[in-house]
Design a protein around this ligand. Structure first.
Ligand code: GLV
Ligand code: GLV
Length: 332
């Protein structure tokens, strides 16, 4: 019998997909650091029964219309704004993501970015490596305190909650805003729910962890930065498009806010000429929130398991479109 075909849109380590290879024909885009061109993707999806996709692949109506045999798409990310989930559901395709396995790793990076921005760690590293260090001085590279300050978390999902847990170790006051209350964070971590307006105007650190949706697109704009404290530091480890980047640039340049730590950008990748990268009070990272060896391997493994489950008629472990589950897994 002909083996089912799994197409992977980026080169993954061979041993990470061994189990998948034992059951299916696995085809892969051969480059590690370069996204699959659109025309190649359009071609390959026509021959595939399942896909492992990256957050950099736009899985829109056109791609989905070409994916007539695809039963499951496993996206190597917790976010899934790159996929037209509504249309995929109409087409009967299961969409799987990788929540939970990346929660702690992403929270570590988010908190590290906060610390690096507040204490100017990257700037200080460059200063010393460029041979600019002439001696100790009282206010050399002085930054902002983290301990006992107020952190405001916008998007209190699993990652937000674990960032809050880290903040308790720094004796921070924790505010959050979310569509729904997170009682676990309130009871266990002492986080206080507040309105978005209150959060942005009173926090020393405004940390964005909200998924990108039509409601959160450009949520952080000129008016919002204006309401923040002039000493505020903005951290974004969610999606770039949640921010109006031109407005953020203006706010940083004019001193409306003090700094920004950014792991994500509106259109990725960005080049060194991007205006935000010209500012000394910006710490920028190339979307590496979940990038530890262990976590990336766990994410790949979860994608593989989800694909194996769906292609063998079982329920996936993590699914985005729960409607798919109800329709296809009637016995559950
Ligand atoms: C990363 O940004 C993810 O959504 O996993
Ligand atoms: C966002 O991705 C969250 O889980 O909070």
């Amino acid at each position: 019998m002909k083996k089912l075909v799994v197409y992977v849109t980026r080169k993954l380590p061979d041993d990470s997909i061994q189990r998948l290879k034992s059951q299916f024909e696995v085809k892969m885009w051969p480059m590690e650091n370069e996204a699959i061109p659109r025309d190649v993707l359009l071609e390959e999806v026509q021959k595939a029964d399942a896909l492992i996709t990256m957050l950099s692949d736009q899985i829109d109506r056109q791609i989905l219309n070409h994916a007539s045999n695809v039963k499951v798409i496993a996206n190597l990310a917790v976010g899934f704004d790159n996929i037209d989930v509504h249309y995929a559901t109409e087409k009967g395709i299961a969409i799987c993501n990788t929540p939970d396995v990346l929660t702690d790793t992403t929270a570590d990076l988010t908190f590290g970015l906060l610390m690096a921005t507040a204490r100017r760690i990257v700037e200080a590293d460059q200063y010393i490596k460029k041979g600019q260090w002439r001696g100790w001085s009282p206010l050399l590279l002085a930054g902002q305190d983290i301990h006992h300050k107020t952190i405001g978390i916008v998007g209190m999902g699993k990652i937000g909650e674990v960032v809050a847990k880290r903040a308790t170790g720094f004796d921070m006051e924790i505010l959050y805003h979310n569509r729904s209350r997170n009682m676990n964070a309130e009871i266990k971590l002492g986080a206080q729910y507040c309105s978005f307006e209150e959060l942005i105007s009173t926090s020393d650190f405004v940390v964005c962890l909200t998924p990108l949706t039509s409601q959160t697109k450009e949520l952080f704009n000129k008016a919002v930065f204006k309401q923040m404290k002039r000493s505020a530091i903005f951290i974004n480890a969610a999606r770039g498009a949640v921010v109006n980047e031109a407005d953020l640039y203006e706010a940083l340049l004019s001193g409306e806010i003090a700094g920004a730590g950014l792991d994500v950008f509106e259109v990725e990748p960005i080049g060194a000429e991007h205006p935000l990268l010209t500012l000394p009070n910006v710490v920028a990272l190339p979307h590496i929130g979940s990038s530890s060896f262990d976590t990336r391997m766990n994410m790949i493994d979860l994608c593989c398991r989800n694909i194996m489950h769906v292609l063998t008629g079982e329920a996936p472990e993590t699914i985005v479109n729960k409607e798919w589950l109800l329709k296809h897994m009637k016995h559950l």
